[in-house]
Write a protein that binds this ligand. Sequence first.
Ligand code: ARG
Length: 466
Amino acid sequence: MHDQFEHKQQAWSARFSEPVSALVQRYTASVGFDKRLAPFDIAGSIAHATMLAERGIIGGDDLAAIERGMAQIRADIDAGRFDWKLELEDVHLNIEARLTQLIGDAGKRLHTGRSRNDQVATDIRLWLRDAVDQTIAQLQALQRALVALASDHADTLMPGFTHLQVAQPVSFGHHLLAYVEMFARDVERLRDCRKRVNRLPLGAAALAGTTFPIDRVRVAQLLGFDDVCQNSLDAVSDRDFAIEFNAAAALVMIHVSRMSEELVLWMSPAFGFIDLADRFCTGSSIMPQKKNPDVPELARGKTGRVAGHLTSLLMLMKGQPLAYNKDNQEDKEPLFDTADTVLDTLRIFTDMVGGIRVKAEAMERSALQGYSTATDLADYLVKKGLPFRDAHETVARAVRFAVERGVGLEDIALADLRGFSALIGDDAPQALRLQGSVAARDHVGGTAPGQVRAQVARWRDLLGTE
Ligand code: ARG
């Protein structure tokens, strides 16, 4: 009735009386997406086999054959010559079947004291450790690009906003360094997450451990893990590390998305603060004048996707009894897509930030609107002895006077300004100037250009040149 040969291809098929249907095969297979784990699967297998040979569980000749076979498989995969088979379900069984085809019995001994449950958990951790390291490096590259731009613009003034209403003038460099702080927290989070990624599940076998005299610490050492997972049931079923990574990645994207929103606004002619290099924008098929900031818009959109993957992983784990369940196979696609999306986004942003053209005059012109130095006039009155609440009210009246006439505070004649408070002296107009306002905020964390330069120096020190 069924093709015996095809049926026999499943590593576990001896227990079954009929093969799975084509639809079930397709539904349960993961090779289409988990084949990218191959280099880590091979590294994990070689470490496992090395330990087995050292402990006398397999022969030295078996180990040599496994190493030889794996080298050939690796070369075939790299060259795109490896024949991935859906009926072999996943990356693990594909590689093992090919190994056995190449080297015979030694290939069949590889799985001694191991299960796909601890194998796949090990593979994902190895893969993710690599992804974490790449993400950290790329975050730092983006930070360097932002610090370089901030260094050029410590003295460039722009309106700072609250409620997207002009609030107080700030240095554009200071504004950029706010993002450097966000990405620094992302790096911290990823470094912390890496500690929990970098623990070895292998040796847990299916769920309870193995009867063979294995040496898990040795395997951990061979694979560069910091420690071994201490409970076999937890080792095969835990995916907290994946959720932690996705959560950290979602925050990276939230930061990128906030920056994207600002880039889009700043590039709108209504703001006209910056121009993005043409290679990050596209035109319109109908409106000849358009230059659209597609890259930041897409990054903003992709943030939803990465946040969605976080929800997927959380929901994947909820309600799973110990230990391994096939549900866990669903961890890979969200995780892979998250890592790919974040890395590509960070790479593009690093390049894009380096190509931002700053329109300093437009920024300064905008900062002059909206009474951005009103707080400075209030502070001025406080320094002359007026309680702050009274100073606030006095300046509010002056602002209203200016608004009614459609002028700026600095346009009001000194004599008229004095009408609001006798404490206003000849030096008051000085307090209303943008440069004075910004320079006066001269403490750690403040926007004074001197402070911005100090922060740039601090970041250069922390980040190095590469
Ligand atoms: N492809 C599986 C996964 O990604 C590998 C582990 C399968 N284990 C099992 N007992 N069926 O989770």
